[in-house]
Design a protein around this ligand. Structure first.
Ligand code: GLA
Length: 731
């Protein structure tokens, strides 16, 4: 999969789907040549032309006026020697200079993929992976840059990361250090990315890339509701089913940045990594700084295929543990049913109703611990609110389990309330700048998870809880972003390290916890989907997609999320109407269809349901259980986009293509409306499929499609279609 042409100094990574080509240029400069569809062989004909661009300096050692880093397509650019575009790194030296220049020193091609210490990462069988480890050196500074490129035999993706090692006795200060950078030659490109806000996560937006620099980032100490660490570059004619596109997905849950620059020669650079803002890192002799991984996926058949690369890759090579490829339980969460206002009696009724409906897991949300009766207190006190549950937490959990349901609990371990025992005994454990009052958000502070003592204390509390209460599931929340990022244990000169040290501390904590309790299903959450990223998925196989449970708002949220994250990761619940976030009233049927499009759950007061509603929910649960594997792990295909109009549709196809489930959603009804045809994808053209529509060939369903029922009435309408392959009827 990886070759090195000794004569022309060309590296070629390929696997039958993609090729990635680099060349060691004059002076040891590492140039980018090509990334895209598989090439059986690269013969060297695309070397960067020699041309005298005025005001383009020649790198040291080069007497060739026609050779400049100013315009060369680079692999990991700095800005010391005449590349004036955005740089992948910025390193401050003792003499005040920020000039660093890395040249090729050597490389190693190895089977498998080296482990990234302390960070979430993709993995796989060593026989099916090859890694190119390039070593570059700045001789003056005695700094070594290691660039790692892994290629998996079955995936149209390259996994990249970078590492910096200081071999000098003098310390350097890293001001910025990206995970990857790549240059695209002159070609028109669109940028697609996922932005949003609380309750409006991962909205898909698309724009044409113009000359200049665009920066997409989060400075919030978390991957954020506002900007997911994911972007796509696409040829302008690319849509869901055709065209070339390149995805960039950062495996990190903290502050991140993606910088896209189009230079005067229409070349496009994409840099991705930890956010440089409020970041710096002291690197002493022998120290290594490891940047997080980026997964670069490729598709020449549109966005759907790009998503399939990510879905398969994350399901198989990122998510770990007992729940990998395992069907997830249908849950009832009491949050929107009761908020903080619950007692055992109320919960008992919910559990009884849940049981009768076929729900499998009861999740006790916020309010069971410390003195917590509202969101003002007790974060940090992870022991039960004595007296709130008559049988006590363990007693109640046991009752739930005796009734045949699993038991789950909500936690927010990275936080502390001012009004808490933890804060009273350790006020110094929050993030705060000396002599300054830190900012409150949702009446809470962020604990300094960069500190071992803080982590140990929280860990011990959780250990006690987990060992006492029979817990099957944890919802791990984080309800504010970081401000006042400062750790009292670190020197002033190291304060730029705190946000990343926090992430390393958190990852260390999660590794330990999820390893110690492999039987617990963890679901990530941050005020809904504020930390929905591949970093978290390495520890927790599913994430609460959004606090917005409105079916119509969820169409866009889930559609955008599906660009990169598989359905097996998306928690989605049926809630009450009027919806608590949008106040919209929708039918139970569309709420069910939207929630069944992810990991189905319920989040409403089941005791208030009418008999007809209970019957409808029982039926939803029955259908979901029957098709759960298909809906959680089937091939997910987007058919109609909520970002483009009134109609949304998506489908799931089983691995052997013998079955498919299709959902259609219409936002507003219209009189005398044009008919809507749904053309399916991914079926077996040779097979016949039976559905409520009759028996149709896979080719017919994909080429002609079918009409959505023109009698579908009213706003917020939806339809579900199940297709099952049958043996060909005798002619
Ligand atoms: C966050 C979560 C909600 C709920 C509340 C509890 O907002 O996203 O689902 O758990 O916290 O306080």
């Amino acid at each position: 999969m990886i070759t090195f042409d000794q004569t022309n100094h060309i590296f070629h990574l390929s696997n039958g789907r993609i090729s990635y080509v680099m060349q060691i240029e004059e002076g040891g400069n590492l140039a980018h040549i090509y990334y895209g569809k598989y090439l059986a062989h690269y013969s060297g004909g695309y070397r960067y032309p020699r041309i005298d661009r005025s005001f383009s300096p020649n790198p040291p050692g080069s007497k060739d006026r026609l050779f400049s880093l100013d315009t060369l397509m680079m692999e990991f650019p700095g800005n010391g020697f005449g590349d004036f575009r955005e740089a992948a790194y910025d390193i401050g030296h003792q003499n005040g200079s920020h000039v660093t220049h890395f040249v090729y020193q050597g490389h190693e091609i190895m089977q498998g993929k080296p482990v990234l210490a302390g960070l979430p990462q993709t993995y796989g069988d060593a026989d099916a992976i090859e890694t190119l480890c390039l070593s570059l050196i700045d001789e003056t500074a005695k700094l070594e840059l290691k660039l790692s490129y892994s290629i998996f035999s079955d995936t149209a993706a390259i996994v990249r990361s970078s590492q910096l090692i200081n071999h000098h006795e003098q310390q350097v200060r890293i001001e910025q250090f990206a995970s990857q950078s790549i240059d695209f030659p002159n070609r028109p490109l669109d940028l697609i990315h996922l932005h949003g806000a609380w309750a409006r996560e991962r909205q898909m937006t698309r724009e044409s890339i113009q000359i200049g620099t665009k920066r997409l980032d989060s400075k919030r100490g978390s991957s954020s509701h506002q900007q997911n660490p994911f972007s796509i570059l696409a040829d302008p004619q690319t849509n869901e089913v055709q065209g070339t596109c390149f995805g960039f997905s950062l495996i990190y849950s903290g502050s991140h940045e993606t910088v896209i620059e189009r230079d005067p020669y229409q070349q496009t650079r994409v840099i991705m990594g930890i956010n440089r803002d409020h970041f710096n890192w002291q690197l002493n002799q022998g120290d290594i700084f490891q940047a997080p991984e980026v997964v670069l996926a490729y598709s020449d058949q549109g966005l759907n295929q790009l998503s399939h690369v990510y879905h398969d890759f994350y399901d198989q090579h990122l998510i770990r543990g007992n729940f990998k490829n395992k069907e997830r339980p249908i849950l009832i969460n009491n949050w929107e049913a009761t908020y903080f206002d619950f007692d055992e009696d109320k919960l008992d009724h919910l559990v009884d109703e849940a049981k009768a409906l076929g729900i499998e897991l009861f999740v006790l949300d916020d309010g069971w611990f410390g003195q917590r009766e509202d969101d003002q207190t007790s974060l940090g006190d992870w022991f039960e609110n004595e007296g709130k549950l008559a049988s006590g937490l363990a007693g109640f959990a046991k009752k739930v389990k005796d009734r045949g349901l699993q038991f789950g609990l909500w936690l927010e371990p990275e936080m502390v309330s001012g009004d808490s025992e933890l804060y009273r005994s350790h006020p110094e454990w929050r993030l705060e700048v000396p002599q300054r009052q830190p900012a409150l958000s949702r009446s809470q502070y962020v604990l300094d998870f960069s500190r071992q003592d803080v982590r140990d204390h929280i860990y011990q509390q959780l250990q006690k809880l987990f060992d006492r209460v029979p817990i099957d599931y944890i919802k791990w929340d984080m309800n504010r972003n970081m401000s006042d990022v400062y750790s009292l244990l670190l020197d002033p000169a190291q304060q730029g390290e705190v946000a990343h040290r926090y992430m390393l501390g958190l990852y260390d904590f999660l590794e330990k916890l999820t390893t110690a309790y492999p039987q617990i299903l963890f679901e990530g959450c941050s005020g809904g989907g504020g930390r929905f990223d591949p970093g978290f998925l390495y520890y927790m196989p599913q994430i609460w997609t959004s606090d917005n449970t409105d079916a119509i708002a969820r169409l866009k949220i889930q559609y955008g999320t599906s660009l990169v994250y598989p359905p097996s990761t998306m928690g989605s619940h049926v809630s009450a109407v009027p919806n608590h976030q949008t106040h919209r009233i929708t039918d139970l049927s569309i709420r069910g269809h939207v929630a069944m499009s992810g990991l189905l759950g319920y989040e409403l007061d089941l005791t208030q349901l009418t008999t007809a509603e209970k019957t409808a929910i029982k039926e939803q649960i029955h259908v979901y259980k029957e098709h759960r594997h298909l809906l959680q792990f089937g091939r997910f295909v987007r058919l109609l986009s909520p970002f483009e109009g009134n109609d949304t549709a998506w489908m799931y196809i089983s691995q052997d293509r013998s079955e498919a489930m299709v959902f259609y959603f219409r936002v507003l009804a219209e009189a005398s409306a044009p008919l809507v045809t749904l053309k399916l994808q991914g079926l077996d053209a040779e097979k016949q499929y039976a559905s409520d529509l009759g028996i149709q060939g896979g080719d017919e369903l994909m080429q002609i499609g079918f009409y959505v029922d023109p009698h579908l009435a009213g706003d917020y309408a939806s339809q579900m279609y199940h297709f099952k392959a049958i043996d060909k009827p005798e002619m």
